[in-house]
Write a protein that binds this ligand. Structure first.
Ligand code: SF4
Ligand code: SF4
Ligand code: SF4
Length: 223
């Protein structure tokens, strides 16, 4: 669900200005990579703000304080977070019911910050110190064995910086795997070689579907 309407045109800004502004905006975002802003991560949202395609009120994890900081940097009017995108709240972390886990690895594929460890047909575990509370794994689990719990701590700037790096590394890994899979499709996959990643469009669709399920779940819990 990518927003396309232009909120605050900045067509006169050249590319390097936009890039520099996007970096300053990204530095203010919490880097949970939850997608509640409607973009597939914090960096694309930062770029959309810098380009004038998105407003500053779309990041629930950043809260109203974060929205105010974004407004100041982007030169926009301050406004609170749009609650339709999620209600700001304390940090949650995912926990897996190990007895129910079937080892399908779908949660690992869904986790944007590499906070889950496990192997096929083996029990999976969330590393609480790395979990950003994005909830994307909850919707991805086919047997509903992941639940969110209070983290009992705040999400710090160090957490955000580390999550940004893990997200970048993960994206680079997925892109490499997609390139290999696409080449295998073009040339014909040799016997015994299994493509390791879905094409980008399929992955984006899967992420959007997981996000929609997470939103529906949050809505059901609140109502
Ligand atoms: S933390 Fe979530 S809602 Fe906020 S910018 Fe990042 S991906 Fe978007
Ligand atoms: S473990 Fe789940 S909630 Fe935590 S960061 Fe990964 S996908 Fe998000
Ligand atoms: S998605 Fe659920 S069942 Fe599959 S590995 Fe993760 S926790 Fe286990």
């Amino acid at each position: 669900m990518i927003a396309n309407h232009r909120v605050h045109p900045s067509a006169s800004a050249d590319t390097s200005d936009v890039t520099a502004l996007a970096e300053r905006i990204d530095a203010l975002l919490p880097q949970t990579q939850c997608g509640r802003c409607g973009y597939v991560g914090c960096a694309p949202y930062a770029l959309a703000i810098a380009e004038g395609h998105a407003d500053i009120d779309r990041c629930p994890p950043g809260g109203d304080t974060g929205a105010a900081a974004l407004a100041a940097v982007a030169g926009r009017a301050a406004k609170p977070v749009d609650r339709a995108r999620g209600v700001p709240g304390p940090l949650l972390v995912a926990r897996i019911d190990e007895a129910a886990c079937i080892g399908c690895t779908l949660c690992i594929a869904a986790c944007p910050v590499d906070a889950i460890v496990g192997a096929q047909r083996r029990m999976h575990v969330v590393l609480p110190s790395l979990c950003s509370g994005c909830e994307l794994c909850v919707a991805a689990c086919p047997v509903d064995c992941i639940a969110m719990h209070p983290a009992g701590r705040d999400w710090s700037q160090d957490d955000a910086d580390a999550a940004r790096e893990r997200h970048r590394e993960r994206n680079a890994r997925v892109t490499r795997a997609e390139r290999i899979a696409n080449r295998a499709t073009t040339l014909g996959t040799p016997a015994g070689v299994v493509p390791t990643a879905a094409p980008t469009e399929a992955r984006a669709a899967a992420a959007a579907a997981a996000l929609a399920r997470a939103r529906a779940r949050r809505h059901a819990v609140r109502s």
